[in-house]
Write a protein that binds this ligand. Structure first.
Ligand code: PLP
Length: 389
């Protein structure tokens, strides 16, 4: 066993990276890799994107942090841009996905309790969901493995099947919201589909409860739309973002429509780091680059190419059960655990992820080219051949 002062909570693969550019990474020995993980849907613009790098260098040399005791013009700018792009007019900034979901849970409860009374607090979440690792978000997450040993979990969540009738039946007097990922990422790349999301919107409206979308993984262009909810034509009451928003700089956001956001008055919620000038410079550069470089249309096109290649592969390999996903969030479902395949891909110079036991998850950056996809698929095909042999 290697001696380490680090806690043992990650099962790390035996490689350390020293440098990145675009879709490429180089390890400490100089070996090149193709990155189809984007740091788990974070570096959506690729590594060392020139506009993000320049914005960060400029901001780092000017002002990193002042606290939310004072006005932060860059926060206003990013919030304004997110409002214009999402249709949700108010933003709160934090530092991670779990924190954004914590904020969403708090806002949903507070809005509902102010409006309807203290009994209105329960949030429904779905089977196969993932909402984070803090105590509240792990309680919201329907996955026993992530909850073992952390009892008592936070009360006020109920897990339901992905079925509109079952969700309707589960909504009671105390229910204040439904929280879902438009495409469930960690759970196995499971798109909920436009019809389901539209049905959920109608159901929440009919019942007078809030609809919360966790777009921490699906947001910022990942599915070929800036937000996955836009593909379904559904506007939630609250949306959470993080991962891709800073292209690697930790930043999270909770967006909400005005009436709901009004439940947060001065002093009700806060964060020391949240929305500091460095994080906001990153987010602004990311949103600007996506627009200026036409990356959403590009991601749609590359997503279609990737999907076509995966479907070709699935048609020739009986071990592949299904191809599913949206845009550049694609899953290849196998009839066996994919752990050995992830390691084999690494050996070949291709970084990929798993999602659940049997789904291989591919998350190339939005800047990926046809040539990159071709190389990645060639490496993947070779890795599959060697692991099934
Ligand atoms: C990654 C993720 C989170 C948690 O984000 P952290 O930044 O790790 O706290 C929450 N929800 C979804 C859908 C995610 O993919």
């Amino acid at each position: 066993m290697k001696m380490t002062s680090l806690m043992n909570n990650y099962a790390r693969l035996p490689v350390a990276f020293a440098k990145g550019a675009g879709c490429k990474l180089w390890d400490v020995e100089g070996r090149e890799y193709l990155d189809f993980t984007s740091g788990i849907a974070v570096t959506n613009l690729g590594h060392a994107h020139p506009k993000v790098t320049a914005a960060l260098q400029e901001q780092a040399g000017t002002l990193l942090h002042t606290s939310n005791l004072y006005e932060i013009p860059l926060q206003e700018q990013v919030a304004g841009k997110l409002a214009e792009l999402s249709g949700l007019s108010k933003a709160f900034f934090c530092n991670s996905g779990a924190e954004a979901n914590e904020a969403a849970i708090k806002l949903a409860r507070r809005y509902s309790q102010l409006k309807h009374g203290a009994h209105k607090y329960e949030i429904l979440t779905l089977h196969d969901s993932f909402h984070g690792r803090t105590l509240a978000t792990v309680s919201a997450t329907c996955k026993p493995k992530y909850q073992e040993g952390f009892a008592p979990l936070m009360p006020g969540f109920q897990y339901v099947e992905k079925d509109l009738d079952k969700i309707e039946a589960a909504i009671g007097e105390s229910t204040c919201a439904v929280l879902v990922e438009p495409v469930q990422g960690e759970g196995g790349v499971l798109p909920l589909g436009a019809e389901f999301l539209q049905g959920l919107r109608e159901l929440c409206d009919a019942k007078g409860i809030l609809l919360l979308f966790d777009e921490v993984q699906t947001g910022i262009g990942r599915t070929g739309h800036l937000f996955a909810c836009q593909a379904a034509g559904v506007l939630p009451d609250i949306m959470t973002l993080a991962k891709g928003l800073g292209n690697g700089v930790p930043v999270g956001a909770m967006l909400a429509r005005e009436e709901v956001a009004a439940a947060f008055a001065p002093g009700t919620h806060g964060s020391t780091f949240g929305g500091n000038p460095l994080a906001m410079a990153a987010a602004l550069a990311v949103l600007t680059a996506i627009e200026e470089e036409g990356l959403l249309a590009h991601a749609v096109q590359m997503g279609e190419e990737l999907r076509a290649r995966l479907q070709q592969l699935a048609a020739t390999d009986p071990a592949i059960v299904e191809v599913r996903g949206q845009g550049l969030l694609q899953g290849l479902v196998f009839d066996r655990p994919v752990g050995p395949l992830v390691s084999k891909c690494l050996e070949k110079g291709l970084l990929v992820l798993s999602a659940g036991e049997t789904t291989l998850r591919l998350l190339p950056p939005l800047i990926v080219t046809s040539a990159d996809l071709h190389l990645g698929m060639t490496l993947l095909e070779a890795a599959i051949k060697e692991t099934s042999a």
